[in-house]
Design a protein around this ligand. Sequence first.
Ligand code: PMP
Length: 361
Amino acid sequence: LAVPGVRGMSPYQPGKPIEELAREQGLKVEDIVKLASNENPLGPPPSAVKAMAESLAELARYPDGSSFLLKQTLAEKLKVSPEQLTMGNGSNDVLVLLAESFLDAGSSAVYSQYAFVVYPLAVKAVGAEGIAVPALNYGHDLDAMVEAIKENTRIVFLANPNNPTGTSFSEQALLGFLDRVPEDVIVVLDEAYYEYGVGGDLPDGIELLDRYPNLVVTRTFSKAYGLAGARVGYSISNPEVADVLNRLRQPFNLNLPAQFGAVAALQDDAYMQKSIEVNQQGMAFLEQGFSDLGLSWIPSSGNFITVDLRCNAMPVYEGLLSKGVIVRPVANYGMPEHLRISIGLPEENRRCLEALGQVLA
Ligand code: PMP
């Protein structure tokens, strides 16, 4: 009975919940290490928790449908105007709004093989054609992606860094790409993991918005800002695109505690700094551990790393589960021999490597 685009779809597969594994394996919840959903292992910023707790007294009221305060705070931080922002219930919401606003059954969207799975889901849900372009060393082949653009292509989705591969591209490569994309094609640059790359050589999509009116950058509070459970994401675009997205946006898509928490998180520079440090150290530790185990991995610019087991990854995944370690299989991305592991706290990373060593032995 479903409409054609939805018929062949499989649902998004989230990381296995801690409570489910605890029950299955007879383990205590606190003994489980979950490195499966690219969450911030530090927990939420205490300043955001405090603000959210205070907001509960207001729960009888609808949230501010325009997210006025959050947009003002965010606009100041990013040095853009509030009219350029579209808030979403996670950046996932904005990605879906983009597909709903710019695609229909007669159009197509281009994305890379191994790209974040929400792009094909959002594209197919509106009956548009999804064009998956073969990857280059697991990353985006930007030249091939330009060439894949057809007459009816309305959106190209880019993820920098990409999930689940962690691959990224340079500013030079991005500029070369943007210069070649027709002006009537929206380029969605998904920067969900952008904050982890600050100080490195990841391009800042926001700086390019003036030059490319068809560019839409998406970001989130779910990763380095530590608020995945609050569901806050957004896009920055030219105001005309934001106006279109806001026509379709559910009026109260950002709940009241989420808006309070996000405002507080934006002001917590110390938490952000610590998140980046914990990630860098954890990444180096896991890389060393993989190397000691003789495993190779895809170099990552995110808060996760995808390891190549060179064998069916499912039994390894199951073996890790039996030891209370949840990671993410990526067979649904066409990568049956890889596992994606989020960077955790030092002790979590250590337990993950120890379990991996035992399972592979
Ligand atoms: N884009 C990418 C590349 C992601 O990895 C994720 C989270 N897995 C998202 C977008 C969506 O995140 P959220 O909806 O929590 O903002």
